[in-house]
Write a protein that binds this ligand. Structure first.
Ligand code: BJW
Length: 231
């Protein structure tokens, strides 16, 4: 199962590309979801993520997340869950071993290696946030950033490699709630199809991956997934 933002839509989490309610309807991705944007305006980007973190405190997994987790619990090791989502709702629903391709909104990472220690950032230590700046290292000034994958950044290699192996080894891939616009995640559907899997797209709207699908199920995932995975 490969999921995107749409699987969390019925939990009240905005998607990215919905023309009205999507995050990119109000903000330009290049102003917020790139390293260059963070370096240019660290506080603006930090605040945007802080606001999203705060809103996510109030959301719960929906019937779609739960259906996947319950299937995994009934059939251990039969379903690999790959998500582009950073909201942690699959994990909150109880899905084990989620392959999170775009990181985790709740975690932070250091922007740079520690300038003083010339080592990976493990020598850095947080100081209190100063007004106008995200939290930074008291010694070298290194900034904390959200541990998500921005445009132009590599995906976490172990998760991507495991996702590609699962795509190449599966019999069926469900592609749920993603526009299929963002690579390399979008390429997993074609990888599965070329390796012989049946590909089923679940989405209320057309997607860039519909051409890879053997079947298209039009509808919201919180309704479709419980019916599809009820065995
Ligand atoms: C419902 C529903 C309901 C609504 N039920 N469904 C090859 C070709 C072209 C470009 C590239 C390429 N390879 C790499 C690139 C560049 C780039 C990219 O893909 N660009 C394209 C946009 C053109 N990719 C990258 O930069 C990636 N890195 C990379 O490739 O590194 C190597 C490299 C480096 C340098 C140069 C080149 C290569 C990194 C991508 C990182 C994506 N990051 C984000 C932000 C995460 C942090 C944050 O949250 O702020 O990840 S962008 C955003 O898009 C987020 C999502 O995970 C991702 C995918 O979006 P998703 O989930 O599909 O959401 P939507 O909104 O698009 O769609 C929602 C869907 O739900 C819709 O279809 C609705 O209809 C549906 N829906 N309600 C079910 N109830």
């Amino acid at each position: 199962v490969l999921t995107g933002a749409g699987v969390s839509a019925e939990s009240g989490v905005p998607t990215f590309r919905d023309a009205q309610s999507g995050l990119w309807a109000r903000f330009r991705p290049e102003d917020l979801a790139t390293e260059a944007a963070f370096r240019a305006h660290p506080q603006r980007v930090w605040d945007w993520y802080a606001e999203r973190r705060e809103k996510l405190q109030r959301v719960q997994p929906n019937a779609g997340h739960v259906a996947v987790a319950e299937f995994q619990s009934r059939h251990p090791d039969r379903l690999t869950l790959i998500t582009q989502n950073v909201d942690g709702l699959h994990q909150a629903a109880g899905s084990p071993g989620v392959l999170a391709l775009h990181g985790n909104l709740y975690e932070d990472a250091w922007l740079d290696p520690c300038a003083l220690a010339r080592r990976p950032a493990d020598a850095c230590a947080v100081t209190l946030a100063q007004p106008g700046h995200p939290p930074s290292c008291a010694q070298c000034g290194n900034l904390l950033r959200p541990a998500v994958v921005w445009f132009g950044e590599d995906l976490p290699q172990p998760a991507l490699a495991a996702a590609q192996a699962a795509a190449q080894g599966c019999q069926v891939m469900l592609v749920v709630g993603t526009s299929g616009e963002v690579w390399p995640a979008a390429g997993l559907a074609g990888l599965a199809r070329r390796a012989g899997a049946k590909v089923v797209v679940l989405n209320p709207e057309a997607t860039a991956l519909d051409g890879e699908a053997h079947a298209l199920l039009r509808g919201p995932s919180a309704q479709l997934l419980p019916r599809l995975l009820d065995f």
